[in-house]
Design a protein around this ligand. Structure first.
Ligand SMILES: Cc1ncc(COP(=O)(O)O)c(C=O)c1O
Length: 444
């Protein structure tokens, strides 16, 4: 397993993260356990802040909290000076309860409900990223009733779609559930409508071109397209965009062969493209906002499991089962995502066998890793899976009524519980047996 951040193998041959021996973390918190390398998260936040500061442009780095939304993470993002992107009342509530300054919160999503919009307006959030015409009308109506003006960005699709291992494409985004298409004229119509609303303040546009992106070309092309659009809108409608938000999608290294760029390289490419394509459109260059999620928390997370049973099928493969699986990490089942693992309690031992790591759910598809090289694995060993900081806890479920794991932050030899493990009581906390059924049961 590639060792990220402060991860290292200590003298006892154990994996250590943030100065904490994972065998001791298991003794204190149990498994499965999400371990977050706090120093690495902070380093990633600072890489973004420093790279944008160096560019000389106005900016906001909004942590996309969908990647990992818990109160401690919101506090950390605030401490590091980041803004925050939320997509639901739940993420908004988490941020507000954590004391995150409302004016640095941006609300996303293609189907915000009237209740969510009211809650966000009442909290005084900084900006809505408006996704469609229904939402624009709803925002105007609610803002008018509340006698406030709300800041909005319009989500646009610039005709660029990029993913790791796929070349960026200059078509293909028109057919998206998100945003107003630039190519078919919907975005310009939306600008016309939004800028005519008495209670909406149009700050600019937003685009998000994909995820796990390893090159800069897609971002640069998006900037170019948005600059062309900005110029056209200024000429034809007299509307200017003080803000351009370029979303997230910056890649990280999950496994060998992944080749992400440094944060500074992504930022330099984006800010360079903005200077190149926006110069001369307005007096001032726009502020650039971005929304990294995965690249802030992804490689800082490690999930620790205890090995349980195994099953060897001669000539086929050996399955090794751990005490978690698709409930704490659905990404392999959803996206065929690849991960690396290490036998964390015998970390320096040479690899001896190829095994496949199975979860404990009643699903054949509940596999965490196919064919990983490990030392001879025994029941009771600890298995660490790297790079689970993003879209793991936030996508976790209670399928099979499995309890969601605890999350700890580790740094300087200290571990702090930031989410406690769910209890059996938590599992049934919202269950209700109607009296009618309860009586029948008693009658039998
Ligand atoms: C609008 C928007 N912004 C930001 C992100 C964060 O992306 P990532 O975690 O890849 O940086 C996403 C992810 O889906 C998104 O949809």
């Amino acid at each position: 397993m590639f060792l990220h951040g402060t991860s290292r193998i200590n003298d006892a041959n154990h994996l250590e993260i943030g100065g904490c021996d994972v065998t001791e973390l298991k003794a204190e918190y149990g498994t499965p356990l999400y371990i977050v390398d706090e120093q690495l998260v902070r380093r990633r936040c600072r890489e973004y802040m420093e790279a944008f500061t160096a560019s000389g442009l106005g900016f906001q780095v909004a942590y996309a909290s969908k990647a990992f939304s818990v109160m401690a993470m919101c506090r950390l993002a605030d401490e590091e000076g980041l803004s925050l992107d939320v997509v639901s009342d739940g993420e908004l509530y988490t941020a507000l309860q954590a004391g995150f300054p409302a004016e640095r919160i941006h609300f996303h999503g293609n189907n915000k409900t009237p209740d969510e919009i009211e809650m966000a307006i009442d909290a005084g959030i900084g900006c809505f990223v408006a996704d469609n015409l229904v939402e624009l009308h709803m925002l105007q109506a609610i803002a008018l009733r509340k006698e406030v003006t709300v800041n909005i960005l319009l989500r646009v699709t610039p005709g660029v779609e990029a993913h790791a291992h796929h070349a960026y494409a200059s078509t293909g985004q028109t057919d998206s559930k998100f945003g107003f298409d630039i190519g078919n004229g919907a975005a310009q119509e939306a600008v016309k409508l939004a800028s005519a609303q008495s209670n909406l303040q149009l700050l600019g546009v937003h685009s998000h071109i994909g995820s796990q992106i390893f090159e800069t070309e897609g971002f640069e092309l998006a900037v170019e397209r948005i600059a062309e659009f900005t110029r056209k809108v200024k000429e034809e409608l007299g509307v200017e965009f003080p803000v351009v938000n370029l979303g997230g999608g910056f890649g990280i290294r999950y496994v060998e062969g992944d080749t992400p760029l440094q944060v500074s390289e992504y930022v330099a490419a984006i800010t360079g493209a903005v200077k190149k394509h926006f110069t001369g459109i307005s007096e001032k260059l726009p502020q650039i906002w971005v929304e990294p999620g995965r690249s802030i928390v992804g490689d800082a997370g490690t999930t620790l499991y205890t090995v349980g049973t195994n099953k060897e099928i001669p000539g086929v493969r050996k399955y090794v089962a751990v005490d978690g699986g698709m409930t704490d990490n659905p990404r392999p089942a959803l996206y065929e995502s690849k991960y690396e693992a290490l036998l964390a309690n015998r970390a320096a031992e040479p690899n001896e066998e190829t095994v496949s790591i199975a979860g404990k759910c009643c699903e054949s598809g509940d596999m965490l890793i196919w064919d990983v090289e490990l030392p001879k694995v025994e029941s009771g060993d600890l298995l660490a899976v790297a790079c689970t900081g993003a879209y793991n806890y936030s996508m976790a479920s209670n399928y099979n009524r499995i309890r969601r794991p605890a999350v700890v932050f580790v740094q300087n030899g200290q571990s702090d519980l930031v989410v406690r493990r769910e209890s059996h009581q938590d599992i049934i906390a919202n269950d209700i047996i109607p009296a009618r059924i309860a009586k029948q049961t008693v009658a039998k």
